[in-house]
Design a protein around this ligand. Structure first.
Ligand code: NAD
Length: 485
């Protein structure tokens, strides 16, 4: 894909932004300009997208038979799967993530549309509460109307699919804003959308925080699903409260713990911890960045983990993200790189560097060597705050109780990992850990058929699985007087 679309996608057509404002994106592999002409939506543009979505909700998509909705979604899924590799290149170009990772993102988007297409004709209410004589009661589950989605930049395809697929299956229409750091892949879906959905069903508006604020504050949008940082999530909730009290679901940041007990398979725990830490160069919200290992096996575990982290730099899987064998690309942009380097400085000052801790490769490439720190205090910022890079901290614990306490000592609660050979311990500990998702003897990565989301300041609402549909439906109760003539 040598050229790419940079305009807004409204009512099934690409259109210039009325704002006359543009976003700029650089390639983080070498700092070269990707585009300084990515159209950025202002109030008029957002209104146009919302009106198109409103017309589709009232007139076409909202009135489409559920099985026809399912067929359109399945057609879209096939087209996305067919073009996954070429669209993924645009993500790689803009934010440096490995082509294999982003291709998986687009095939997962296709899977999400298949999953929710299957639910489109299975949405129903309940009947006949027998409690009050003479009154027949039914409930029906209805779509909400125009739903907005705002995404982060790390896996744009999945973030789009988590929101658009259940929204459309339920009969809603969508206005989606991809991140200003990686809008090109989402825009490349425009021609595929044109082939499957009536105009206005899915609209894409590019822009930064200002455009996001317009969506979250819009009076004709009745639901907003947000993925991004906790700080921005807080603002989204405020905008919703100040405007029309639209429904909000928030998928926010994390600082996920990984708890490794002395009966665990050390090699497995180290290999999975490494895989999770380097996937998407550590830019995954669910990444287990706080590792807690039982004291009795700590030295052995750290030694094995160090070996597997160092193997990444030696084995050739870090490098050019457009190469299909690469697993670790650069960080997304200069701001993200600077942020991670600042945390590395904190780690070096406050703890002990085990490995990594520096830039990898040439100066213009925004790569960071996979990094491990140990011996940090529990209040060090690198232990408390989300780094969003290939960086882990290792701390020790003595007992199960101690491990649970340490794991839960965070404002976040998105995900967690537990490594043990004991099923009863796994069941006890997973019950106690405060997180929306937990992996046992594995690192966690979401799948279309199960709900994903956080507790505490990692947000609320669930995306994926049957529960992912709930945010896009509202229940109406109808009461019929059976004694009426
Ligand atoms: P961010 O909060 O800076 O931006 C996310 C989105 O919000 C972008 O589209 C941005 O343009 C928009 N935005 C920024 N300011 C806004 C405002 N005032 N009003 C409305 N919209 C606004 O986050 P980011 O740097 O793009 O993404 C990284 C964060 O996302 C990390 O914290 C990561 O953990 C989180 N994340 C969470 C999940 C999840 O499922 N829980 C998934 C991916 C990423």
């Amino acid at each position: 894909m040598s050229s790419f679309e940079t305009r807004l996608f409204i009512n099934n057509e690409f259109a210039d932004a009325k704002s006359g404002e543009y976003l700029t994106v650089y390639n983080p592999t070498d700092g070269s300009l990707v585009s300084d002409k990515i159209h950025s939506a202002n109030e008029q543009d957002v209104d146009a997208a919302v009106q198109a979505a409103q017309r589709a909700f009232k007139g076409t998509w909202g009135k489409t038979d559920p099985t026809a909705r399912a067929r359109a979604m399945l057609k879209f899924a096939d087209l996305v799967r067919e073009h996954a590799g070429e669209i993924a290149r645009l993500e790689t170009l803009a934010m440096g993530s490995a082509i294999a990772t982003q291709t998986m993102g687009y095939t997962t988007l296709a899977d999400l549309f298949v999953y929710y297409a299957g639910l489109a004709d299975k949405i129903h209410g309940e009947t006949a509460y027998p409690t009050s004589a003479g009154k027949y009661k039914i409930t029906q589950r209805e779509p909400i109307g125009v739903c907005a989605g705002i995404g982060a930049w790390n896996v744009s395809a999945i973030l789009f699919g988590w929101k658009a697929a259940p929204a459309l299956a339920a009969g809603n229409t969508v206005v989606f804003k991809p991140s200003e750091k990686a809008p090109l892949g989402t825009l490349a879906l425009g021609p595929l959308i044109q082939q499957c959905f009536p105009p206005g069903s899915i609209n894409i508006v590019n822009g930064g925080g200002k455009t996001g604020q317009l969506l979250a504050s819009h009076m004709e949008i009745h639901q907003i699903a947000f993925t991004g940082s906790t700080a921005t999530g807080r603002k989204i909730q405020e905008y919703a409260a100040r405007s029309n009290l639209k429904r909000v679901s928030l998928e926010l940041g994390g600082k996920s713990p990984s708890v490794i007990f002395e009966d665990a398979d050390i090699e497995l725990a180290a290999a999975k911890s490494m895989e999770g830490a380097i996937a998407n160069s550590g830019q995954i919200c669910a990444m287990a960045s706080r590792i807690f290992v039982q004291e009795s096996i700590a030295d052995k575990f750290i030694q094995v983990l160090k070996g597997s982290f160092e193997q990444v730099s030696k084995s050739g899987i870090i490098g050019d993200p457009s190469d299909k064998n690469t697993q670790v690309g650069p960080l997304a942009d200069k701001a993200q790189f600077k942020r991670v380097m600042e945390y590395l400085d904190i780690g070096k000052k406050e703890g002990e560097l085990v490995t990594g801790g520096v830039q990898w490769g040439a100066k213009d490439g925004l790569y960071v060597q996979p990094t491990i720190f140990k011996n940090l205090g529990k209040d060090s910022r690198i232990v408390r705050e989300e780094v969003f890079g290939p960086v882990v901290t290792v701390q020790t614990f003595t007992s199960e109780e101690d491990a649970i306490k340490l794991a839960n000592d965070s404002i976040f609660g998105l995900s967690a990992c537990v490594y043990t050979r004991s099923i009863s311990r796994a069941l006890r500990v997973t019950r106690e850990i405060e997180a929306g998702t937990i992996a046992v003897n594995d690192w966690y990565f979401p799948s279309p058929d199960t709900p994903f989301g956080g507790v505490k300041q990692s947000g609320y609402g669930r995306e994926g699985g049957l529960e992912g549909l709930n945010d896009y439906l509202q229940t109406k109760t109808i009461q019929i007087n059976m004694n009426a003539p």
